[in-house]
Design a protein around this ligand. Structure first.
Ligand code: H2U
Length: 332
């Protein structure tokens, strides 16, 4: 008799219908001993204000400009922008194997808070709301001119974040970046075939199946997607159809994180945020995307269902509030 399939025991591949790619799931690999790299413990002693940190209020930035003494969010043009509005065009290509196109755009940096020793989850709801409002207005402003506005936070030195001060980046581009293009294609095709947005049906299914939900609220769902690549990857979805950040109601903004967009008829789009924590087993063992991932396809060790169960079991209290710097993080 054939062995009955169990996702936590048996290797299989899963399809990501949003980004049109597959992931190899091999859960039993978590049983292997770990002799690889162990990261240093997290830095918890960031000074609240450092006059030499270019993201702090009143500090001088790399281009010599001095930041205002801001007391909420602070948005400025990146001094080392990856995209510029007036980049010249490389001109027509003379061969299909050598294609290049103009890349124009704007790069901004947004500080979330005047203090360096907080992160979004340690901020109060009104403070987080100010960030969400600032995301919505920068999306509206840059989205009027560019087809794609990507808001992202590189978090932690482990993932290449250059500065502990709480901040994100906003890159608006004259082209649809690769991932956005794949999500655009998938969502447009799904809508024309099924008459509703892909992520609306996906969210509804996850609510019914209940295996991968991490948090649900009146307005939002957080889940480990069926096709997650990073061990503790999560997807945040609004419960109703919301195409873009500026469409969020005040109540939704009081509990909402980031997203991204484009122009014309985008009824197939559903606002969403991806969270890709790099951790594999603990805060000090990271998942590297190396040999097989670079040469063949993404691979994960524990199943998305196991990851969701572990995330659901986490305490409600932020880990830093459980430590001695409780007073540092408690912001009224
Ligand atoms: P990370 O989010 O990856 O840490 O990057 C911070 C950005 O802040 C980075 O893109 C910009 C860098 O160019 N920055 C300035 O624009 N001015 C500065 O003085 C420091 C950092």
């Amino acid at each position: 008799m054939a062995t009955a399939f169990r996702a936590s025991e048996h290797q299989h591949i899963r399809y990501n219908p949003l980004q049109d790619e597959w992931v190899l799931v091999s859960a039993h690999r978590m049983k292997r001993p770990w002799q690889g790299q162990v990261e240093p413990p997290l830095l918890t002693t960031v000074p609240r204000h450092d006059p030499h940190n270019p993201l702090c209020p009143g500090a001088a930035r790399a281009n010599g400009e001095v930041n205002p003494h801001y007391d909420g969010t602070f948005l400025f043009d990146n001094d080392f922008p990856a995209l510029q509005p007036d980049a010249p065009s490389p001109g027509p290509s003379d061969h299909p194997l050598f294609q290049a196109e103009a890349a124009r755009g704007v790069c901004k940096v947004m500080c979330f808070h005047p203090w360096s020793d907080v992160t979004l989850p340690l901020m109060s709801v009104p403070e987080i709301r100010a960030v969400v409002d600032a995301w919505a207005s920068v999306t509206e402003e840059l989205g009027a001119q560019y087809p794609w506005v990507q808001i992202f936070e590189n978090k932690g030195a482990m993932m290449g974040c250059s500065n502990p001060h709480p901040h994100c980046q906003v890159w608006a581009s004259s082209f649809l970046p690769d991932v956005a293009q794949r999500e655009e294609r998938s969502q447009r095709a799904y809508q024309s075939q099924h008459g509703e947005p892909l992520l609306m049906e996906y969210g509804r299914q996850e609510l019914l199946r209940k295996e991968r939900l991490v948090l649900t609220s009146e307005h939002w769902l957080v889940l480990v997607p069926f096709w997650a690549v990073w061990p503790f990857q999560t997807l945040l979805l609004p419960r109703r159809h919301v195409r873009r950040l500026p469409e969020l109601t005040p109540a939704e903004r009081d509990g909402a994180p980031m997203g991204s967009e484009a122009g014309a008829n985008w009824d197939h789009w559903q606002l969403h945020a991806h969270y890709y924590p790099p951790l594999l087993r603990s805060a000090t063992v990271r998942k590297f995307m190396v040999g097989y991932e670079m040469l063949a396809q993404a691979q994960r060790d524990l199943t998305p269902e196991q990851a969701a169960e572990r995330l659901r079991a986490l305490p409600e209290v932020h880990y830093r509030l459980g430590q001695k710097d409780r007073e540092t993080a408690a912001i009224a």
